[in-house]
Write a protein that binds this ligand. Structure first.
Ligand code: TRP
Length: 344
């Protein structure tokens, strides 16, 4: 794989408010990777419409995610920030990959099964095809590394399978055209850190989610200090004090979640947090967690609020990012068309 220039790609869906799970699970990782890689961060609006969206809210969400990227410290000049629908090549490559991937592969996707539930016959075809578009997002930039949450691991494996099948099916054309062993890299997921899965504050076995009916289940990036404090105070815990060792978190999902959040916010590890807070009761630990969360999140919330006031600025960032992304994506599509045998 030495032939591929390292490149990071990831996407965030513009659906509803961003919360602590999005921030710790994705955005902070995006920020860190800027130091070592060329990065492309995409607001995946084409993915958002796989379920019904209100147009006015979709627009606001696209701008909100963009503002969150910028507020958290993503440098849109050095790297690329844009919304997916402005670069038509994502959808174009998705069609090609639809013809590479096998039906049986998609039928195994657990996220589709969860999202479709009992209403399977009535969900959009887009929801089913979602992982193929995701593979296209990554492969249209021939990205090598993809920071994602644990729940996206299966989709990343699918993207690798698709890349590999394309490389094999068209191996002859690919090598004749001087692309060496393979045209697409096999993208690697980057899943690390103490908070790869941030759980609900009301139930440590459920993921923190914007669709949870209780606002007390999550901390939104837009929450003010009082709201954050209230939500953490009310967060579910158990009666025992914190353990001093990681093993002591087993079967204590709420404790594990709060410790994981603390570690991720202060960029340490669960073990280090337990070294400091082992034996302490929850009310004391929660006070420390409130201070830390308020210190880390409220400046971002404020910066986001200011940025979203300046719509023209946000839209200009997206337009500029899209123009730069398009150049890369068009390059890939030209090569793909040649490999497939299209006349252009
Ligand atoms: N499916 C991802 C999620 O819900 C979002 C996404 C879309 C994505 N395209 C991507 C993530 C490409 C990584 C790479 O989190």
């Amino acid at each position: 794989m030495a032939q591929f220039q390292p490149r990071v790609f990831s996407g965030v869906q513009p659906t509803g408010y961003l919360h602590l799970g999005n921030y710790l699970g994705a955005i902070t990782k995006f920020v860190a990777l800027q130091e070592t890689h060329d990065c492309i961060y995409c607001v995946v609006d084409l993915h958002a419409i796989t379920v019904p969206q209100k147009p006015a809210e979709l627009k606001a969400s696209i701008r909100e995610v963009t503002a969150a990227f910028l507020a958290a410290g993503i440098d849109a000049k050095k790297h690329i920030v844009f919304n997916q629908s402005q670069v038509a090549e994502h959808a174009e490559l998705a069609w090609v990959l639809n013809c590479v991937a096998r039906l049986g592969w998609l039928n195994r996707m657990t996220q589709f099964k969860e999202k479709a539930g009992r209403d399977r016959e009535n969900v959009s075809i887009g929801l089913y095809d979602y992982p193929i578009l995701m593979a296209a997002d990554i492969l249209v930039y021939r990205a090598t590394h993809v920071p994602v949450g644990e729940d996206q691991k299966q989709h990343l494996e699918l993207a690798r399978d698709i890349a590999q099948k394309f490389n094999l099916d068209f191996g002859e054309e690919i090598s004749v055209r001087g692309h060496g062993e393979g045209f697409f890299p096999l993208p690697e997921p980057l899943i690390q850190g103490p908070a790869t899965r941030v759980m609900s504050l009301r139930d440590g076995t459920k993921k923190m989610s914007k669709s949870d009916p209780s606002d007390y289940s999550r901390i939104n990036l837009s929450d003010d200090a009082d709201t954050i404090a209230q939500k953490i105070r009310k967060a579910k815990t158990d009666p025992e004090p914190l353990p001093s060792e990681i093993e002591g978190l087993a079967k204590r999902p709420e404790a594990e979640n709060l410790v994981g959040i603390f570690a991720a916010l202060e960029r340490s590890s669960k073990a280090e947090v337990l070294q400091a807070y082992g034996g302490v009761n929850f009310s004391t630990f929660k006070s420390a967690l409130i201070d830390l969360t308020v210190a880390k999140l409220t400046p971002i919330g404020k910066a986001m609020a200011e940025l979203t006031q300046d719509q023209a600025y946000i839209d200009a960032i997206l337009g500029d990012g899209a123009a730069r992304a398009r150049v890369l994506a068009q390059n890939t599509m030209h090569a793909v068309k040649d490999i497939l045998g299209f006349v252009r």
